[in-house]
Design a protein around this ligand. Structure first.
Ligand code: SAM
Length: 251
């Protein structure tokens, strides 16, 4: 049985797609996608040899060596252009994820890819910004909790009219606040435009935990008397105030 996190990703992959799972580790996701009959074939990409071996073993044990190509390499470099319809990347930071996608874009490996299902562990805003910059539209977002950790899953589709559609997705009126536009946009990228439209307990919990973390940092910083610390503390306070403001305006 797949973990709730990987299941949330699997559920968003369009049936029938040829999928590449990048940073696949044990290849649990592609094995599940094929065994459940959702997709016909997959590529499991891995940078490191340990996880790559684990992926080969898992694939062989499942009897899927003919259907899952396990390849060692950096990001999308393991793919041929046009080889897959969908790409999943999960369990790494948003900044690394955006770097992988950007190099893939630069080298033409994203051409023909219709769908991305991404689960950044941190830095979701970096991924959302990359998507907008490169012509992808968020189709939906999910948030879930597993083993005491909160995860977000971003599902994006490629679209010719992405620029226009993204204006609707990142509609600033989602946050009815007397806050400057660029700050509002910043919070839409950080908290998630769909998650903010239908705020659930978990989204609130995630940002309340963030507030607690910031309060701990603020307290630490406040122990020092230096002018830099005063400045830093003021910036943290401002950040905390904005989070509280956003949370307070949610329906
Ligand atoms: N995707 C699986 C999941 O979500 O359960 C595994 C996540 S694991 C924490 C992250 C994996 O990404 C590691 O196995 C690591 O070797 C791999 N990785 C890191 N950088 C990578 C890159 N540039 N290209 C391919 N794989 C990478």
């Amino acid at each position: 049985k797949l973990s709730k996190r990987l299941q949330t990703i699997a559920d968003r992959v369009t049936a029938g797609s040829r999928v590449a799972d990048i940073g696949s580790d044990h290849a649990l996701l592609p094995v599940y996608l094929i065994q459940s009959g959702r997709i016909p074939s997959a590529v499991a990409g891995e940078l490191n040899s340990g996880p790559c071996e684990a992926a080969r073993k898992q694939t062989a044990d499942a009897g899927l060596t003919g259907k899952i190509a396990v390849r060692q390499g950096d990001g999308l470099a393991v793919l041929q252009p046009g080889e897959v319809d969908a790409i999943t990347i999960a369990g790494m930071g948003g900044s690394l994820m955006a770097d992988i996608l950007e190099s893939g874009q630069q080298s033409g490996k994203l051409a023909g890819v219709q769908e991305l299902v991404l689960q950044p562990n941190v830095g979701e805003d970096i991924v959302r910004r990359w998507l907008v910059r490169r012509g992808w539209v968020l189709a939906d977002e999910a948030i879930l909790e597993e083993d005491g950790r909160i995860y977000e899953v971003l599902h994006a589709v490629y679209a010719e009219d992405a620029e226009i559609r993204n204006i609707g997705v990142y509609d600033l009126t989602v946050l009815p606040l007397p806050m400057e536009s660029h700050k509002k946009a910043g919070w839409l990228y950080r908290m998630g435009p769909y998650l903010l439209r239908k705020p659930c307990g978990l989204l609130i919990k995630k940002w309340e935990l963030e507030l607690q973390k910031l309060e701990r940092i603020r307290h630490q910083v406040s122990l020092s008397e230096s002018p830099e610390s005063r400045e830093k503390e003021a910036a943290i306070r401002e950040e905390m105030n904005q989070i509280k403001e956003v949370l307070a305006c949610l329906p």
